[in-house]
Design a protein around this ligand. Structure first.
Ligand code: SAM
Length: 249
């Protein structure tokens, strides 16, 4: 049985898309997508030998070798133009996901790709900034908790040519926040919390940020005891940030 996390990722993939799952590990996501007939074919990309072999074995055992291509290489280097409609990247830090996307973009590997479904384990804001900077529109977000861990899943499609700035501004609209702050502060908060997630804050979202708040609180408490005045000033900034988090949620 697939984890709820992978099921959630699969649910955001457009039916009929040819998928490339980058960093596929055991290729569980592509196998599920093809077996469930949601996707006609898939590519499983893996950098490391162990997971690459595990993916190959999984695909062979599922008798899907004719429909899932397991390829070994760094990020999107395994793709040729036109190979995939949807790229999924899941279970890594947001920074690594952004790096894989950026290298792929620079190599022209995103040409022809219509949809990105991304599940960063941490650093979701880094992924959201990469999307906007590269004219991808964040159109859906999900959050779920499984085995005590909280996961966010993001789906993005390309902005319309010539309208990207306008479309992105509509998604990260300061008016979406229930508090009155300067526009740039509001936009920063939307990138952190997720512009869709924050519109209907679920119990899980609140729990996630309460736990982040407690972490910051512990760090601040230490910094406030410090002999270093820079640390004490930084703690004041953190406290201000925490106050805003409280207001938003
Ligand atoms: N995507 C799967 C999931 O969500 O369950 C597997 C996540 S696993 C924690 C991350 C996988 O990404 C590992 O198998 C690792 O070998 C692979 N990986 C890390 N960096 C990579 C890169 N630059 N290109 C391709 N695969 C990479």
């Amino acid at each position: 049985k697939l984890s709820e996390r992978l099921e959630m990722i699969a649910s955001l993939v457009t039916t009929g898309a040819r998928v490339a799952d980058i960093g596929s590990d055991h290729a569980l996501l592509p196998v599920f997508l093809v077996l469930s007939e949601k996707c006609p074919s898939a590519i499983a990309g893996e950098l490391n030998l162990g997971p690459f072999e595990a993916a190959s074995k999984q695909v062979k055992e599922a008798q899907l070798s004719d429909r899932i291509d397991v390829r070994r290489g760094n990020g999107m280097a395994v793709l040729s133009p036109g190979d995939a409609d949807t790229v999924t990247i899941a279970g890594m830090g947001g920074q690594l996901i952004a790096t894989i996307l950026e290298e792929g973009r620079a190599q022209g590997k995103l040409e022809g790709v219509k949809e990105l479904v991304l599940q960063p384990n941490v650093g979701e804001d880094t992924v959201r900034y990469w999307l906007s900077d590269n004219h991808w529109l964040l159109v859906e977000e999900r959050i779920l908790e499984e085995d005590g861990k909280i996961y966010e899943v993001l789906r993005a499609v390309r902005a319309e040519a010539g309208r990207a700035e306008e479309q992105i501004a509509a998604i990260y609209d300061p008016a979406l926040l229930p508090i009155e702050v300067e526009a740039d502060v509001a936009v920063g908060l939307l990138y952190r919390f997720g512009p869709w997630l924050i519109q209907q804050p679920s119990e899980v979202l609140v729990r996630k940020w309460e736990s982040e708040w407690r972490k910051l609180d512990r760090i601040c408490a230490q910094m406030e005891q410090s002999d270093n005045s820079d640390a004490r000033i930084k703690a004041m900034e953190f406290r201000k940030d925490m106050k805003r988090m409280e207001e938003v949620l």
